[in-house]
Design a protein around this ligand. Structure first.
Ligand SMILES: [Ca+2]
Ligand SMILES: [Ca+2]
Length: 66
């Protein structure tokens, strides 16, 4: 039983390390300072929108940014 708890605890530690990595891999509009910057990233990523920067699918990323 002790071994099970130790395994479970180390799994939790590994899990908490994996989460920030996932957050870094997924960019959001708030991660860019300007629409131009978001657009450049979006164009470089294409085709497709894995980061969800163009939710209305009109080809313009983060139109809410300045
Ligand atoms: Ca995103
Ligand atoms: Ca758009």
């Amino acid at each position: 039983m002790k071994k099970f708890i130790a395994t479970f605890a180390s799994g939790l530690v590994l899990g908490s390390f994996a989460l920030p990595t996932l957050a870094l891999a997924d960019m959001d509009c708030k991660d860019f300072r300007s629409q131009e910057e978001a657009q450049a990233y979006f164009d470089a990523q294409g085709p497709g929108d894995p980061d969800g920067l163009d939710r209305d699918n009109d080809g313009i990323a983060c139109e809410t940014l300045p």
